[in-house]
Design a protein around this ligand. Structure first.
Ligand SMILES: [Zn+2]
Length: 113
């Protein structure tokens, strides 16, 4: 049910923004979802269909962009994307610390008419 809340707040943001821009219709919404955010695209789609019905966002295309989780190596002071296996720093092999990158969910941009 996590997606219910995030999709609802996403709707509020896009409708407010569209109103401010005097848009008649929202045609597409670009969303950024972190790999670790546990948000399922299909669920967002499903709730979006429900919430957008009868609004200017109805029928808008949702475009999802996935971003990988990032780790920080405290020894080398670098950030790196999670390797395919494990969590080790590519430079020194130490296990890095998980950063907030990868947990995000936000609206990158949207197209309106
Ligand atoms: Zn390192």
């Amino acid at each position: 049910m996590h997606e219910y809340a995030v999709t609802k707040s996403m709707m509020e943001i896009v409708l407010t923004e569209a109103k401010r821009a005097n848009a008649k219709k929202i045609t597409s919404i670009n969303l950024v979802i972190g790999d670790l955010s546990s948000i399922i695209d299909e669920s967002v789609h499903m709730y979006f269909d429900i919430f957008s019905e009868g609004t200017i966002a109805e029928g808008a295309k949702l475009i999802f962009k996935r971003v990988s989780a990032k780790f920080k190596c405290l020894k080398c002071d670098i950030e790196y994307e999670k390797p395919k296996t494990g969590f080790e720093c590519p430079q020194c092999g130490m296990t890095g610390k998980l950063t907030d990158s990868g947990k995000e969910f936000y609206i990158e941009s949207m197209e309106v008419d």
